[in-house]
Design a protein around this ligand. Structure first.
Ligand code: GLA
Length: 389
């Protein structure tokens, strides 16, 4: 991380000839609770040691100059003319400015350089880290005194309205609120969270990246949201008080099954069960029962694969291979799906065997090497250095 900070800082100073505010904004993992956030349900993510480092300094005009170290691309825009860019990464930044402007804040332009070690597009929410990081910077520079939840909501709206993906709140929430060695159980209805310890010295979290990036993920994601909304509409005829799948039980679904197209029913049943799994998984954590916790991860994967149908052959290969390694307690696809990565909970002694077997199986079946990352659960978005008062 120090090297990353140094290179972002150096790049900023050389390019813009000024001293920056430096912050770190992490990518997240999610242990369990997938596709539940936009149904006002529960999730169990944590911030990781994979971060984007952002260096920024305010300007006193409307200009924004952004530089991405990883893409080695520069982008300039005026706050008066925000518009989507063919480079794509500037959209995440412009979207955040757009929200602050819509909220009526009198903010000016920014010089910004950033680079990171979150695998891009892998399902570890590099985009949320970028959006949340910029919201954090603007809040700090202009002393707006918005709390972290407000910043998460701004980042989410940026993604919903400017980028056009109707994502839930989990990614930016977790990235901003993370704490070392703790996961957050977020209630995505009340937007209140509780921390649960997740720091057993015998266990580690492994992220295995399929290397597959599917555009499909974003269109199918919005389709899943619509399917959940449709399920809610059907049930509202019988239970007018229902507002989201959070209010739905398996009994309600069973009773009214004939009213549902089978595919809609399956989607809803997954979400209801996944919410229950998160609650039970939190009990497992309190009781330090990682065996049971791992089993729930496995059940979550099967639901994502068969009921919610957002997994992919590559994700399934990684999960099946991981599950055969002695010492792996649980493994499942993570994030939106269709590509990206899996998350596995593993005993420390089994790590080498995991790397060997999972890489070999994946290579044999797909012809590609997966990328395997050991991640730690770390602090959320934070200031690293402030030379810019
Ligand atoms: C993506 C979205 C999140 C969440 C997950 C699925 O990461 O950005 O809001 O819906 O997919 O759990």
């Amino acid at each position: 991380m120090e090297k990353l900070v140094e290179s972002v800082k150096k790049s900023f100073e050389e390019r813009f000839q000024r001293k920056p505010l430096l912050i770190a904004s992490p990518g997240r993992i999610n242990l369990i609770g997938e596709h539940t956030d936009y149904n006002e349900g529960f999730v169990l993510p944590g911030a990781t040691d994979r971060v984007i480092v952002l260096a920024a300094a305010a300007r006193d005009d409307q200009r924004c100059r952004f530089y991405s170290l990883d893409f080695d691309q520069e982008f300039e825009v005026s706050l008066a003319h925000l518009k989507k860019s063919s480079l794509r990464w500037p959209d995440y930044l412009e979207g955040v400015f757009d929200q602050f402007l819509k909220m009526g804040f009198k903010i000016k332009g920014l010089d910004l350089a950033f680079g990171g070690n979150i695998p891009i597009g892998a399902g570890m929410s590099s985009s949320a880290a970028l959006e949340g990081g910029l919201a954090f910077i603007i809040n700090h520079i202009y002393d707006l005194k918005l709390d972290l939840l407000r910043l998460a909501l701004i980042a989410q709206k940026a993604e919903n309205e400017f980028v056009g993906l109707r994502c839930g709140i989990m990614d930016m929430y977790a990235s901003l609120h993370g704490q070392p060695g703790k996961v957050l159980k977020i209630d995505c209805r009340s937007l209140i969270h509780e921390y649960y310890p997740f720091d057993s010295p015998e266990l580690r979290v492994i992220i295995s990246d399929t290397g597959i990036r599917r555009e499909l993920a974003s269109s199918e994601y919005n389709v899943r949201r619509q399917q959940c909304e449709e399920g809610v509409r059907i049930l509202q005829a019988y239970y007018p008080a229902i507002k989201s799948l959070r209010d739905v039980s398996l009994e309600m679904l069973e009773e009214n099954k004939p009213d549902f197209e089978p595919v809609i029913w399956k989607r809803c049943a997954f979400v209801v069960k996944e919410n229950m799994r998160v609650e039970l998984a939190c009990q497992d954590l309190l009781g330090q029962d990682f065996i049971s916790f791992g089993r729930r991860m496995r059940e979550s994967h099967l639901g994502l694969k068969d009921e919610y149908e957002v997994s992919s052959p590559e994700l399934n290969i990684l999960v099946e291979s991981a599950s055969k390694v002695p010492g792996v307690l649980g493994s499942r696809m993570m994030g939106a799906g269709f590509g990206g990565c899996t998350i596995s909970l593993i005993e420390v002694e089994a790590i080498e065997e995991f790397k060997k077997k999972v890489s070999a199986d994946y290579l044999r079946i797909t012809g590609y090497q997966p990328t395997i990352h050991l991640v730690r659960i770390e602090a959320g978005t934070r200031i690293i250095e402030n030379n810019n008062n």
